[in-house]
Design a protein around this ligand. Structure first.
Ligand SMILES: [Zn+2]
Length: 568
């Protein structure tokens, strides 16, 4: 109840989770932990310390929610509500918390447990609560913090290189500080600080940065700071092998992404590999997945300075499960293999698809010119509604497959030979492939005088071809529109494989995180040796700037892990 009410307030103010204030995510996480505790220890709910702990935690939540309400401001374009309506909303939230507290207090009076066992259980409960809720909460704060935007990442792949650089002030100034101005996403300055920036070195951060290296050893690194000459804000400068806000080097985390998201490794197996490095809980890996799956792939690519050609393939994947339908909506660029959109939806009607495409549309700066897809009408309509003046090409393979199925039935009914069936298929295929325009396709269809094509089963297919003639031939006029959707189909296959394996992701939020995480990984990880584009990632095929860094560092350098609304 409380979670829903809070979500409503946030959704009214922001378009997506990236924009939520860090405090909101912290509250959300705390509620989850608390709920889990209540579920796990329900058996002891009659004990005093159970209720006192839960009560105190609720009180803390209440005060945080108060802070959040004061801090929430509608982002550009979102509707504002009146002050008294805001006050009322906050009161309602407080009321629902108070009702829960009253409920807890009621039980407190009823129960006393002064037996030896009772007292021991009370103590044990208190300890368990501290372990599960308080420590966890302190240790695993959400991946967002205000420091993020005051930390700049520069290209530097290894520890050895960094230690040389950081201890040589003159070299550091020339190679890092003087180049900061070229960074497209200067965040964290005072609002009044406009125009070009100039920075001066102001020594080191008071504490060295501690991280766990791929060897499993913890190491410390000094971190240099700069000050903006204009507005006086201070910034930390991190080499790309160190992430913002994480206890591990980017390379350790990147390896996990590659194994889990591309090579179908289970979370459990990934965890086993990490025990040496001191990772004990699956939650750490989930936190990492959230880290890479939070920002929309198009937003990451746009931040990284890549623009699309405007030509895409679109398709929806479907996974049927008991009581739940999962669809993925995916858009891939055939030329570079970049995945520009990967979303989770629970329906594939026009309205749902429209809002999914909108999410993508908001995040790109290039024009979408043409899309190849199957014949699904809802998505055709949604695409036309969102991307004005778009060219839509229908996939030839889908069409040929339907014709082949019709031929099989035709053969059963008429008992024609296999040879005849093959011949008819070739005739149809030739008409489809050789037509250069709507008119030429129509003319060719008209000249098919054979009796077989008058059979109702085949006639339907021909009629479909005629009806959609311009969709089947537009690739001849628009080079970027591919004839088939084979590339998006391939990516959908890998999503399907992962979904079947990852039972625990089956809630809406996690499915979306997982889809976006897969898309982001796919875009930046180079293809394996032996593949067509071996050693090149889609990002590289799109001429993205890599500075010869390992893929996860490329993402880090391009602020793929900077959770700040100001970065977009
Ligand atoms: Zn400044």
């Amino acid at each position: 109840m409380l979670e829903k009410a809070l979500e409503r307030v946030l959704r009214r103010n922001y378009y997506n989770r990236d924009q939520y204030p860090p405090l909101a995510l912290e509250i959300e996480e705390q509620m989850k932990v608390l709920r889990r505790w209540v579920e796990d220890y329900q058996l002891y709910s009659s004990f005093e310390s159970f209720r006192v702990q839960v009560g105190l935690a609720m009180k803390e939540l209440e005060s945080k929610i108060g802070q959040l309400m004061a801090l929430c401001k509608p982002s550009a374009g979102k509707r504002r509500i009146k002050k008294n309506q805001q006050v009322q909303e906050h009161l309602d939230l407080c009321k629902s918390i108070d009702a829960m507290l009253d409920h807890i207090a009621e039980y407190l009076e009823k129960w006393q447990s002064d037996t030896v066992i009772g007292i021991a259980i009370e103590k044990g409960l208190q300890r368990a609560f501290e372990n599960q809720c308080i420590k966890k909460h302190e240790k695993e704060s959400p991946p967002v913090s205000g420091r993020g935007e005051k930390t700049y990442i520069f290209a530097c792949a290894s520890k050895e290189e960094y230690l040389c650089l950081v201890n040589d002030k003159r070299r550091f100034t020339a190679e890092v500080v003087d180049k900061l101005n070229g960074y497209p996403h200067a965040t964290g300055h005072k609002p009044s600080c406009t125009g070009p920036k100039e920075y001066v070195l102001i020594g080191f951060r008071p504490h060295d940065r501690k991280v766990i290296m791929p060897t499993g050893q913890q190491e410390q690194f000094p971190v240099r700071m700069v000050k903006c000459k204009n507005c006086g804000e201070r910034f930390s400068l991190l080499p790309s092998f160190l992430p913002r806000e994480k206890h591990f080097t980017t390379d350790v985390i990147g390896q996990v992404f590659q194994n889990v998201l591309l090579f179908s490794q289970s979370i459990q197996a990934a965890l086993q590999n990490l025990t040496l490095a001191g990772v004990k809980s699956k939650q750490t890996i989930f936190n990492w997945l959230r880290w890479i799956g939070t920002i929309h792939p198009a937003a990451v690519l746009t931040r990284a300075g890549v623009a699309g050609s405007g030509y895409l393939q679109e398709d929806e994947g479907f996974e049927k499960e008991p009581n739940l339908r999962t669809y993925s909506v995916v858009m891939v660029e055939p030329k570079t293999l970049l995945v520009w959109h990967a979303d989770y939806v629970d329906h594939v009607d026009e309205k749902t698809l429209c809002s999914s495409f909108e999410e993508f549309f908001q995040r790109v700066s290039f024009k979408i010119i043409g899309i190849t897809k199957d014949k699904w009408e809802a998505s055709t309509k949604a695409l036309k509604a969102v991307f004005k003046g778009i060219w839509i090409g229908f996939c030839h393979r889908h069409c040929l497959k339907k014709f082949r199925q019709a031929l099989m039935e035709y053969q059963e009914q008429t008992q024609c030979t296999d040879k005849e069936r093959g011949r008819l298929y070739k005739v149809f295929k030739k008409v489809l492939e050789s037509s250069t325009s709507q008119v030429s396709l129509e003319v060719k269809l008209k000249s098919l005088h054979e009796e077989a094509f008058n059979h109702p089963l085949l006639k339907v297919r021909l009629a479909e071809l005629k009806e959609n003639a311009h969709h089947y031939t537009c690739h001849k006029k628009r080079e970027g529109i591919t004839k088939t959707t084979s590339i998006v189909d391939n990516f959908l296959k890998s999503i399907k494989r992962k979904l079947t394996m990852a039972e625990s992701f089956r809630d809406k939020e996690w499915s979306q995180i997982l889809f976006q995480a897969m898309a982001n990984t796919r875009n930046f990880v180079p293809f394996l040796p032996g593949a067509k584009n071996a050693h090149k990632s889609p990002f590289m095929l799109a001429q993205g700037q890599t500075h010869d860094l390992p893929w996860i560092q490329v993402m880090n350098f391009h602020n793929a892990f900077l959770f700040s609304a100001n970065a977009c």
